[in-house]
Design a protein around this ligand. Sequence first.
Ligand code: ZN
Length: 164
Amino acid sequence: MDYTLPEFLAHAIALENEAAERYLELADMMEAHRNDPVAELFRDMVRYSRMHHASIVERAQGIALPALRSWQYRWRQPPEAGGDEAFDISLDTWTALCYARANEVRAMEYYSEVGQSTSDAEVKRLAAEFAAEETEHVAALDQWLARTPRPSTTWRDDPAAPAA
Ligand code: ZN
């Protein structure tokens, strides 16, 4: 992926926007679970994503951004627990944190890959900076995961669950 600067900025703006939206949903979900500390963590993540989004938009000022033809990056859907309204399901805290972490890792890998494959010096610099930021998000989620008890059985690994 040899991104030009406008292409990279367009993707990064879309990525941060999507992350903010997903974190808002996760925060609401944790609030419904009355898990205020984790809801607050996700609200912080909303804030970071929006701040990052705003700074990239600012960086992109005066640059004509391409319309995205395809998504190189998207947050994955949350684990399916049945039903079409996938995001309406209530994730337990541990699963929500794992879900967020997996997406942060993907964002980190996405930015690193762009940084390594681009021949544009500015894209390389920004991608490395953004990858470092995502690495911090992964670390923050890891800290929370370390203090969150893993549910003894979940929809995913419950041996008593009916086979699909
Ligand atoms: Zn992030």
